[in-house]
Write a protein that binds this ligand. Sequence first.
Ligand code: GDP
Length: 434
Amino acid sequence: KPVIAIVGRPNVGKSTIFNRIVGERVSIVEDIPGVTRDRIYSSADWLAHEFNIIDTGGIEIGDEPFLEQIRQQAEIAIDEADVIIFMTNGREGVTAADEQVAKILYKTKKPVVLAINKVDNPDMRHMIYDFYSLGFGEPWPISGSHGLGLGDLLDECAKHFPQPDEEQYDEDTIKFSLIGRPNVGKSSLVNAFLGQERVIVSEIQGTTRDAIDSPYSHDGQDYVIIDTAGMRKKGKVYETTEKYSVLRALRAIERSDVVLVVLNADEGIQEQDKKIAGYAHEAGKAVIIVVNKWDAIEKDEKTMNLFTEQIREHFLFLDYAPIIFVSAKTKQRVLNILPIIKRVSENHAMRIQSSILNEVIEDSIARNPAPTDKGRRLRIYYATQVAIKPPTFVVFVNEPDMMHFSYERFLENRIRETFDFEGTPIRLITRARD
Ligand code: GDP
C-alpha cells in the first residue's frame, strides 16, 4: 500500500487531520495497550484508494531542540513516504519554521502536496495565496476542525501514488518478520536461521521498501524473512526513538504472514513488548511469541511454566499465540521455530466450510442461548467465512447491536475449540440480515 506522511511544524493541526483521515477505526479488542491511543501510523482509505498514513508530528525525537525535531521528522517522511503532505496553518501565514521544513523537503524528489489548514470556510480562501512562495505549487486549503477539503487533498495525493508492484513471491512462500524491542536478539535470530548462507540476501529496491528480504528454504518449504533489524541505518539519531522503531516494525508486519514477537528472557516482559505485540495482533497476522536468550538465565524445571504464565497474563489478547523458548547464541530450538511458522501460517489461511461452521454455531447457541434485551432476543441466522489471513467470519443476525462482546468471545472460543486456529487471530463481524 502507498504511504502518505504528514509533516509540518507543531500546532498546525497534523494529528487532527490524521485522525480525520483515519476515521473511527474500532479495534477488535479494547484492551490492547497503546494501540488505539497515540497513534502515528494507520491504514486508511479514500474512495477506491487504500493507503497507510504516518503522522510524523507524533514521533518525538528525544530532547532535541525544536528545529532539530522538525528536521528529523521531515527526514523520516522523506525516507518512509511515497507522498508527503506538508501542512501549514493558514491563519498564521508563512512562518520561519514553515520555511525550514520547506528547505528540507526541497531535497527530496518525492511528491509534496502543500496543505493549508484552518481554512474553515470559503471566505478564508484568500489566505492560501501567501503559501505559493514556499515553492510547492498549488496550496490545498483544508479545515481539520470542519473536515473540509480533505477529499481534494487526498485526490491530489493519490495522483502521485506509485503503481502497485507485482507480488514477488510464490503464493506458497511464507513471509515472516521478527519484531521486538532493540537488543532482544532479532538480528541474532535472523543470522541463526540463515547461518553462513547469507549470500542469497536480496535487497528489494523501491521507494519505500527498504527492508531486506532473505529467502530461505527448510524441509521443502520456502520462507522469506523480512528483516527490519537489518535495515537499521546506523548513525541516525532517530533510529533510537521508540516510535520510529515501532513504525519500522509496522511496515514489516504489514508485509508478513507470520510475525515473531521476540522477548528477552533476561529482561522479562516490558510495556513496550506489549505495545509491539498489540500491533501484530491488530494487523491480523499470525503470531508466535519467541522468548530469546534462554541460555542467559538461571533456570530449573519450573522456569518455563512460570514464564509461560507471565506471558499469558500480560498478553491476554494473544492467547492463541504459541510460545517457544530459544537461544540465538547456542541455536537451541531455533530451527524448531520453522515448523511452527508453517503450522500457524496454514491456520491463518484456513477455510471452514459453511455447513460445518453453522453446525458449530447452532450447537453453541443451544449450549448458551444468545443474549436478550428488553424482551428481544438476538437471533443468529447463519455464519459464513468471508476471508482468510486472518480467518474472518460474518455472522448474520436480526439486530447487530445486541451482539455483546462477551457473546462474540464465546462464539470465537467455540470456533477455536472446534477448529485448529492456533497462532492466528480470527475475526467475527456481525451483520444484519436484510
Ligand atoms: P536486535 O536489536 O533485537 O536485533 O538484537 P541483536 O541481535 O543485535 O542482539 C543484541 C545483543 O544480545 C547482542 O549483544 C547479542 O549478542 C545478544 N544476544 C542475542 N541473542 C542472544 C542469546 O540467545 N543469548 C545471549 N546470551 N545473548 C544474545
